[in-house]
Ligand binder design. Structure first.
Ligand SMILES: CC(C)(COP(=O)(O)OP(=O)(O)OC[C@H]1O[C@@H](n2cnc3c(N)ncnc32)[C@H](O)[C@@H]1OP(=O)(O)O)[C@@H](O)C(=O)NCCC(=O)NCCS
Length: 152
């Protein structure tokens, strides 16, 4: 496992986060959304995984009542399968428990088998399907996990 520094994102990270989005997703989050979140405290929590000064991955967590909501998670291709997403999820799990949340949920594209395998490996299970959730009309699967997460 590659040990990374996990830290909160700051506005100076926006360019790197946009690059990660463009590499990792066919329909990336737009810069203005990330900029708005990072410039308005109280919105979603953005965490980055840093290796030797490079942001190798990042994730975004929100909250609704007693449920933490994982809104995004991405690791650059050259850094995958090194446990980086696991370390981001460990940090998000700790934040969720500080918030006294009982569970975490997320949406994932029904075709995204790699992410589904990743989430299954830490205890997420299928909850429901949202037809045409994404802008290209692909369905989302809603996954949920009890806290604390089952991180190996
Ligand atoms: C999903 C993603 C975040 C995983 O990041 P990662 O840092 O490579 O994941 P990890 O190395 O922490 O993987 C932990 C475990 O998840 C599972 N896993 C991860 N990638 C996998 C793959 N390609 N195939 C099968 N299982 C996989 C494995 O059990 C793995 O443990 P192992 O490597 O010891 O077998 C990454 O593939 C990614 O950024 N994908 C593109 C963006 C995306 O789809 N994000 C999810 C949006 S909902």
């Amino acid at each position: 496992m590659q040990i990374v520094d996990i830290d909160f994102c700051v506005p100076d990270d926006i360019r790197s986060l946009v690059e990660i989005e463009e590499v990792c997703f066919d329909i990336p989050w737009e810069e203005y959304m990330i900029e708005r979140d990072l410039n308005e405290p109280g919105n979603a929590i953005y965490l980055k995984a840093v290796i030797k000064g490079t942001i190798a991955g990042y994730g975004v967590l929100g909250r609704a009542d007693d449920t933490a909501h994982l809104m995004n998670l991405a690791v650059l291709p050259e850094y995958r399968r090194q446990g980086i997403a696991l370390q981001l999820m460990t940090a998000f799990g700790e934040i969720s428990e500080d918030w006294r949340c009982r569970r975490m949920c997320l949406e994932v594209r029904s075709s995204n088998n790699i992410a589904r395998d990743f989430y299954a490996s830490i205890g997420f299970v299928y909850l429901s399907r949202i037809k045409g959730y994404y802008v290209d009309r692909e369905d989302a699967l809603v996954l949920t996990a009890r806290l604390p997460l089952r991180i190996p």
